[in-house]
Design a protein around this ligand. Structure first.
Ligand SMILES: Nc1ncnc2c1ncn2[C@@H]1O[C@H](COP(=O)(O)OP(=O)(O)OP(=O)(O)O)[C@@H](O)[C@H]1O
Length: 748
């Protein structure tokens, strides 16, 4: 029990003292005999280490008393301990409760803090949103402010203009009022003058009437004088004098009367003109009054404007305060924007660097692409040189995949993977014996139609360059010859070599136009069935389908001195697009002789020969080329035993085998450079004579079925192909000319 630095009094009981000062918590009330006592650690230790000394060892009474006292003190100490423990337990309980309370309080605080945090987050979110909307509003307010400023400026301008106009109008009004006043004055003076004239006129009239009276009087006097003349004859002279004087006076008064009359007329005219003038002045006055009225309405409008302007100004001032607020916010946003601008600037720099890197990379890619194009050109050139060096016959082997329902077990075919054999060799296992073959190319079962076409596309190009090209597919029934040549109908991905060749030719024809080349293409399709040629493009269905009705001589084959082949009465059609050719291919496929054999449900029982005659003229160089592309799907090569044929099928198989073995004979004779090459032994070899004879480029596909049951047939096919592959027949020759004036070369 640690004292924790509490200052305590020495153990009083132990010292026999009754100083019971209590100065610590928890307070102990131990020691009822001694009152509440407290022990320190030293007290307890002193008590425990106390050794009672006795005066006499044998004074048992004293020893007993001392012992009793010691026990009493020990008991006291124990009780103190117990009470202390109780107090501590109580205090611990209290602390525990306080701790729990605090924990609870803490939990509550935590919850409330979390709530507060959420609330604050929400407020922040809201503030952010508000900030966004405030920014939008700010932009809006700014545009509005600008618009208001604009309109205010306009209004001010209008106000100034109106004020100017008003000043002008007031000036004009003043002027008009002045004019009106002068006009009124003039009217007044005219009126006065008119009055005066009227007075003058009336006085003149008076004077006139007076003169008239005088005249009447004179007349009276004359009358009296006349009367008196008679009466006073002697006074005539005097009277005559009087009379003439009176007449003179009369004439003078008449003249003055005329004068007055004239003056009156002048005055009347003047009054009339003054009246007109007065009318004009009145009109002017009315006009001015109207102007004054309009000016007054404008002035009232201007007053309205004034109200609007004051309203606008108050809006402006409120907007100004808003703008000021927004401006403050804008400033803070600006500061943030500056920070983000800095980041953006850094990012921009990074972006620029990356852009530069991209540009560098692009230029490097372009360089690489250029190199690639150059390399491709070189490759083509080398390829052609190799072809020419190698001779004109090459062999490609293609193994078809295992078809659904076929047995995949016991793989008879494998493909060596050594560097020199990869893609060119094939091993066939028969009766535990391995037969290895190497060809120009071996296509594994998963090779696509496009893969195969890529390998022969150079050859197709050669036909456009003026070579005779002959590609044929050889192999047992069901090994994939028709698939290789024609593809799977209705599936563009799986179209065969013939449609792909034509697409390439038409595309190249189009692109060569820019170099001045113009090509004409003609197509013919025939089959050799039982040693008889049948025109597959004939529109006469009976002639196309019937075997017996066709004379073997009908489609006689002829070769001219230039190595061109003509088949009599064969339909040759000009073609302009690959679509046209596919239509013709469909037509021909429908006309083909097919039959069911043990090995193929739809076995081609004839050799199918597709011929494309290519005639090109270069208008700028006058160069002319004639190429021929023969694509041949041979009939199945299986042996009689395997085909299980009887009757007509047996006859077909025999004819097929005869022509195929003739093909072999011709190739081998050519290879051996024998004097006599048995071209005429079969229709097929005779037809293909110019293509096999050394001038052309020939490619043979040997098609192989993968299943073990076909191993025997596959071995035969591969052996035949290997022999062909070993042949070197001649060097292909290109048929080019400089355009003769009016000739068109015969084809084929
Ligand atoms: N490479 C290939 N990928 C997928 N299927 C193929 C392949 N080669 C051939 N086939 C399929 O195999 C079957 C037989 O092929 P195809 O008719 O072309 O053989 P064939 O040698 O022309 O036969 P025949 O000589 O009897 O006419 C067909 O259903 C064809 O679709």
């Amino acid at each position: 029990m640690a004292n924790n630095g509490r200052i305590r009094s020495a153990f009083p009981v132990a010292n026999g003292s009754k100083d019971l000062t209590s100065n610590s918590a928890p307070a102990s009330t131990a020691g009822s005999e001694y009152g509440p006592v407290e022990f320190t650690r030293d007290d307890v230790e002193a008590l425990l280490n106390e050794r009672i000394k006795y005066k006499s060892k044998f004074n048992y009474k004293e020893r007993c008393e001392n012992m009793m006292d010691y026990i009493k003190r020990l008991r006291l100490c124990i009780r103190w301990f117990q009470e202390l423990e109780l107090d501590y337990a109580f205090e611990q309980e209290k602390l525990k409760n306080a701790l729990e309370l605090n924990e609870k309080h803490c939990g509550d605080m935590e919850v409330s803090l979390k709530n507060k945090e959420e609330e604050l987050n929400m407020i922040i979110e809201e503030l952010r949103k508000n900030f966004g909307s405030v920014q939008i509003q700010l932009v809006k307010e700014q545009t509005e402010k600008l618009a208001a400023n604009d309109s205010l400026g306009k209004e001010k301008e209008a106000r100034v203009a109106i004020e100017k106009a008003q000043a002008g109008l007031t000036e004009e009004l003043g002027k008009a009022q002045g004019e009106l006043q002068t006009a009124n004055q003039r009217i007044q003076s005219v009126n006065d003058m008119y009055k005066l004239l009227q007075e003058y006129n009336s006085s003149l009239q008076l004077y006139n009437s007076k003169l008239q009276g005088d005249l009447d009087e004179a007349h009276e006097t004359i009358k009296r004088g006349e009367k008196e003349r008679t009466a006073i004859v002697e006074n005539i002279g005097n009277l005559k004098g009087q009379f003439s004087a009176l007449q003179d006076q009369l004439a003078a008064s008449k003249a003055s009367q005329d004068e007055t009359m004239k003056q009156k007329a002048v005055l009347v005219n003047e009054i009339a003109s003054l009246k007109v003038e007065l009318q004009q002045v009145k009109d002017d006055r009315d006009r001015h009054l109207v102007e004054v009225k309009t000016l007054q309405t404008e002035a009232s409008k201007y007053n309205d404007f004034k109200d609007a302007i004051t309203e606008l100004e108050s809006t402006c001032s409120s907007q100004k305060t808003q703008i000021r607020e927004l401006h403050d916010r804008l400033l803070s946003s600006d500061r943030r924007l500056q920070v983000s601008d800095l980041t953006t600037f850094e990012k921009m720099n990074e972006y620029e660097d990356q852009k530069q890197t991209i540009i560098d990379l692009k230029s490097r890619v372009e360089e690489a692409e250029l190199k690639l194009v150059e390399g491709e050109k070189l490759r083509k050139k080398l390829h052609n040189t190799i072809l020419e060096l190698k001779g004109n016959i090459r062999v490609f082997c293609r193994v078809r995949p295992v078809l659904p329902g076929e047995n995949e077990e016991g793989k008879a075919i494998s493909y060596p993977t050594s560097l020199e054999a990869l893609g060119r060799s094939i091993d066939l296992l028969q009766n535990a014996q391995k037969h290895s073959f190497t060809f120009d190319k071996v296509f594994v079962p998963n090779a696509s139609q496009e893969d195969v076409f890529t390998e022969i596309s150079q050859l197709v190009q050669s036909s456009l360059d003026g070579y005779k090209v002959c590609i044929f597919a050889y192999g047992q029934t069901g090994s994939g010859k028709t698939y290789t040549m024609m593809g799977r109908p209705g599936n563009p991905e799986e179209k065969g070599l013939i449609p792909r060749c034509l697409e390439q030719i038409f595309e190249t024809r189009q692109s060569l136009r820019s170099q001045g080349w113009k090509y004409e293409l003609q197509v013919s399709m025939l089959e050799i069935y039982n040693e008889t040629i049948r025109d597959l493009l004939s529109t006469n269905k009976d002639a196309a389908r019937t075997d017996n009705g066709v004379s073997p001589q009908k489609h006689a084959i002829k070769h001219d001195a230039s190595g061109n082949t003509h088949v009599a009465e064969l339909t040759i059609l000009d073609v302009k697009s690959s679509r046209e050719v596919s239509f013709l291919l469909d037509h021909a496929a429908r006309n083909r002789s097919v039959g069911k054999t043990q090995m193929n449900e739809q076995s081609s029982r004839s050799h199918f020969v597709f011929t494309l005659r290519i005639s090109g003229v270069n208008e700028s160089t006058e160069q002319q080329v004639q190429g021929v592309l023969n694509l041949i799907d041979l009939a199945g090569s299986e042996r009689l035993s395997k085909s299980g044929s009887t009757g007509d099928r047996l006859k077909e198989t025999q004819a097929i085998n005869k022509s195929l073995s003739s093909l072999g004979d011709v190739i081998f004779a050519l290879a051996k450079k024998e004097d006599h090459v048995p071209f005429r032994n079969s229709k097929l070899t005779y037809l293909l004579q110019p293509c096999l004879g050394g001038d052309s480029k020939t490619l043979m596909f040997v098609n192989i079925a993968p299943e073990s049951s076909s191993t025997g047939e596959s071995l035969c096919s591969l052996r035949f192909a290997a022999r062909v592959n070993a042949c070197e027949i001649g060097t292909p020759r290109r048929q080019t000319h400089i355009k003769p004036l009016d000739s068109r070369l015969s084809l084929g």
